[in-house]
Design a protein around this ligand. Structure first.
Ligand code: ADP
Ligand code: MG
Length: 397
């Protein structure tokens, strides 16, 4: 796999570089403002290195899930503005993805300039299953540039036009972020230093069962919190009230608990609420005695102590998924406590997942205390599942 730094060494001055970046940041629903610019900041090293080398950079990215057509709510305008602030230059936004305006603006670029294309998902072909449809869009994208650099780690598990097909059409290289993510994931999958502890949370157990199956034989301990713990608690025969429960996964969770032979560690206490709201009535209950009329929205303090004890001697940690509904103040403490314990680990600690990374920043935790904060939750999980990621495979040859 060629790296962007190889390209730079060969000379990119005056060349037009199509840079696929992951700038899919969360926006405030009412104001439309960016609530966490972590992904934009993470894209800067590759972008700045290309500019410094005199490349003419054309940034392609997606935001949210527009329905394959232009939708002002999902415009990359706020992202282009923020990127411009961070780079200290103006970043014009094309009015389309790979149409007339993108072509005209890309031709007007000078050395070191940056242009942002509109949200690639404004084109239905971007995510199409039809190779020909994606190919047509990829042709238009490729025509804008001389070379393609993929730094969108968060999208490499997608066979999308701007991730996969365009790399078939242009000389290509991996950006620094993609290279760094791969280096860390390789360390997690090849002979990790032990004890190796994985912490999983988040909302949907069905999203994460495949990675649990894959990791279980490899880890020393698997700590499970967040919304997904309730399906495991149900598998142990406990009532979970109105907490998140995926009834069709209970049998699988029961089998995994049996296979784990004590290596899966579940919460012992739960912060419950009478409804899903910041001003809900809360109470702390044992994990095996959640009242029928309550829902569990965070792990309790005894669980934080238990998980901290399980993490204290770890040498390798991968954490994905918040321990509770950290977006609401009364349900933050579990995520905060476990995040602190992960950060305190003496060894390699990796945070993977958009919401987990956002939680680290939103709760004011020290980003520097982690070995690596991955910007791609889905992509890192699929990598750890041992699946081939189309966006990486295509860069390899
Ligand atoms: P990541 O993006 O880090 O991979 P996920 O997307 O899997 O994480 O899950 C994040 C979401 O899980 C958060 O929005 C959080 O509110 C939610 N969550 C965590 N614990 C619970 C819970 N007990 N009940 C409902 N939702 C939960
Ligand atoms: Mg998420």
């Amino acid at each position: 796999m060629r790296a962007v730094d190889d390209l730079i060494a060969e000379g990119v001055s005056g060349r037009r570089v199509l840079l696929r970046a992951d700038l899919n940041v969360p926006l405030d629903k009412s104001t439309g403002e960016i609530t966490d610019d972590g992904r934009i900041r993470a894209s800067l090293p590759t972008l700045q290195a290309l500019r410094d080398a005199g490349a003419r950079v054309i940034v392609a990215a997606h935001l949210g899930r527009p329905k394959g057509a232009p939708d002002p709510q999902f415009s990359l305008a706020p992202v282009a503005a923020r990127l411009g602030e961070l780079l200290g230059t103006s970043v014009p936004l094309a009015g389309d993805v790979a149409g007339e305006d993108a072509r005209a603006k890309s031709e007007a670029l000078g050395d070191g300039d940056v242009l942002m294309l509109e949200n690639v998902r404004f084109e239905a072909a971007e995510t199409s299953k039809d190779d020909a449809a994606r190919g047509e869009l990829a042709d238009r994208l490729a025509a804008l540039a001389d070379v393609y650099v993929d730094d969108a780690f968060g999208a490499v598990h997608r066979k999308h036009a701007s991730v996969y097909d365009v790399a078939l059409r242009l000389p290509h290289a991996a950006g620094r972020l993609v290279a760094r993510e791969l280096e860390v994931l390789t360390r997690l999958t090849t002979d990790p230093e032990r004890p190796y502890v994985v912490v999983l949370g988040g909302s949907k157990v069905s999203d994460k069962l495949a990675v649990i199956e894959e990791l279980l034989p490899k880890v020393d301990r698997l700590l499970i919190g967040g919304g997904m713990c309730f399906t495991f608690l149900a598998a142990q025969g406990h009532g979970v009230g109105s907490s998140l429960l995926e009834a069709d996964q209970v049998d699988t969770c029961r089998r995994l608990l049996a296979e784990a032979d004590g290596r899966i560690v579940l919460p012992v206490d739960i912060v419950c609420a009478d409804r899903f709201a910041a001003d809900a009535e809360t109470s702390l209950t044992p994990a095996d005695a959640i009242p029928d009329d309550l829902m569990g929205l965070d792990v309790g303090p005894l669980t934080v102590d238990l998980f901290t004890a399980e993490l204290v001697d770890a040498r390798t940690v991968f954490w994905n998924g918040p321990m509770g509904v950290f977006e609401l103040a009364p349900f933050q403490a579990g995520t905060r406590g476990v995040a602190e314990a992960v950060g305190a680990v003496d060894g390699l600690s990796v945070v993977g997942g958009g919401d987990s990374a956002a939680a680290v920043r939103q709760l004011g935790l020290d980003e520097e205390s982690y070995g690596h904060i991955s910007t791609g939750g889905g992509a890192s999980l699929e990598y750890l599942e041992g699946r081939e990621l189309p966006g990486l495979a295509v860069l390899a040859d």
